[in-house]
Ligand binder design. Structure first.
Ligand SMILES: [Zn+2]
Length: 483
């Protein structure tokens, strides 16, 4: 599996870029929490650095924080996390961790610091409804993710060159956005459900060509889709092994999880929402098969969240979403349903309940459970969605700390990158979320964001909100789905 290359550019450059963007709007970001160091950095940003002298590493210290390490460790009250450059360099109680002179301080008094969140099932191609196409508006999604503290995503199916370019530009530091892992197109059978984002497969041997092409394109995993039969899934896993790529599968409602587990898939793209036997769970443990949760998308299809639209006022949604998306969602949520639609929603709510039970069983059994949302769908937003997923995971019976691990460390483990990001520990990427309250006691506190730190840089979240002045007003078109 390939991992996005760690950014080689000096961290100071990224800080400079943020500061410069802020300067263009005539204001310093987060003046209340930034020390004079920020102004010095800003001044430095405006003058070219002498060749070979990038200056001292920028240090950021989060102080007075309850530290939630993302690994399930006991929270540390009154803790300090220090980042230098793009790395965490020190973590611990205030008495044991020195704050470097000149560090920019984020005072988290009464709050907590946790790793940046990861949503390991998104599609940055779909409009708010999940089926219309939203490509030119991609920056709204990237901004919404960062604004919500999501510093890593796995794009689980997209137009290949589109997501390739997004990944490459973010890695190069030219486009603000979370760390992106990608599958590229879905690999489906001969009658695909999502034609514009799919490679069709008419026979098992064809998957080798797809796998080779996608490996050359630099994808991080292959995504097998619902139209593949068991033989094709098996071939895809073998083809993936030949080119060094794991396979993540969505088997649809077929329910033949055991065959895919036996074949050696890395993960199921959705938590099972049907019957799951103890033997099947044991097989997942034995084969190291992970499960990406996506409870949020089931909640969307069950229309469970749409009965009370007050959640649309939450800043993580209201501040980052084009108003016409919200108008369309309100219309979708309030129109009268046919009897058939009502029955379908009720049936899916039962699937949601089963999926929640399964997630708890998988977690208890030691399966690697990883948070994902399948955003966007009606009521499942890029960014806010992972906070909803955390709440659903706690509703499913996980403790808040377990849920946070599922959306941080476990995501990194899925991508074989836990020595790179996903937890608060020295040497790991300084991707941090600072919130008010204590999410270890009340998972809803993850929404109350004080600061998002990415690559050791405090993001200016005021630059990440939707602005009608800056936005060109692109509307979604057509459909990614087959008719
Ligand atoms: Zn999906």
């Amino acid at each position: 599996m390939t991992t996005p290359t760690p950014r080689a550019t000096p961290a100071a450059i990224h800080i400079d870029a943020t500061r410069l963007r802020a300067t263009q709007r005539g204001a310093l970001p987060h003046a209340a929490v930034l020390s004079a160091t920020a102004a010095i950095l800003l001044a430095a940003a405006c003058a070219p650095a002498p060749a070979g002298d990038e200056g001292p590493p920028a240090a950021v210290a989060v102080t007075n924080a309850t530290i939630i390490d993302g690994m399930g460790g006991p929270p540390i009250a009154g803790g300090v996390v220090v980042a230098e450059g793009d790395r965490i360099v020190a973590v611990g109680p205030a008495a044991e961790v020195a704050v470097p002179d000149g560090a920019t301080i984020v005072d988290a008094a009464g709050g907590a610091v946790m790793p940046g969140l990861a949503d390991m099932h998104v599609h940055m191609v779909g409009g708010w409804d999940g089926v219309s196409t939203e490509m030119l508006g991609y920056r709204r999604y990237l901004n919404a993710l960062l604004h919500a503290g999501v510093t890593t995503v796995f794009d689980a199916g997209n137009v290949l060159p589109f997501i390739q370019q997004i990944q490459a530009e973010i890695e190069a530091g030219r486009l603000p956005g979370p760390r992106v892992y990608m599958a590229g197109p879905l690999i489906d059978g001969p009658v695909p459900i999502w034609p514009p984002i799919t490679y069709f497969t008419f026979e098992a041997s064809a998957v080798w060509r797809h796998a080779t092409q996608l490996a050359d394109a630099g994808v991080d995993a292959l995504k097998g889709y619902a139209g593949l039969d068991a033989e094709m899934v098996d071939s895809l896993v073998q083809a993936g092994a030949d080119v060094g790529l794991p396979v993540i599968v969505d088997l649809g409602m077929r329910g033949d999880y055991a065959a895919a587990v036996e074949a050696g898939v890395l993960a199921h793209a959705h938590a099972p929402s049907g019957p799951l036997s103890d033997d099947e769970i044991a097989a997942m443990v034995e084969h190291g098969t992970a499960s990406i949760t996506t409870l949020a998308v089931l909640e969307s299809f069950a229309r469970r969240r749409l009965g009370d639209l007050a959640f649309l006022e939450h800043p993580l949604i209201a501040a980052t979403t084009p108003p016409w998306f919200l108008d369309a969602l309100r219309e979708h949520a309030t129109r009268s349903l046919s009897d058939q639609e009502t029955e379908r929603a009720a049936a899916i709510e039962a699937l949601l309940m089963t999926a929640m039970t399964n997630v708890k069983r998988l977690s208890d059994a030691g399966v690697l459970v990883v948070a994902g949302t399948d955003a966007p769908y009606p009521g499942v937003f890029q960014g806010e969605g992972i906070h909803r997923e955390l709440e659903l995971l706690v509703e499913a019976g996980l403790t808040p700390l377990q849920a946070i691990t599922v959306a941080t460390r476990n995501a990194a483990r899925l991508m074989d990158a836990s020595d790179e990001w996903g937890a608060i520990a020295p040497g790991l990427a300084a991707d941090l979320l600072v919130v008010r309250g204590n999410p270890a006691e009340d998972i809803g506190a993850t929404r109350d964001i004080v600061a998002v730190i990415q690559h050791g840089v405090i993001l200016d979240r005021s630059q990440l909100v939707f602005s009608a002045l800056d936005d060109l007003g692109f509307r979604t078109v057509g459909s990614v789905a087959a008719n």
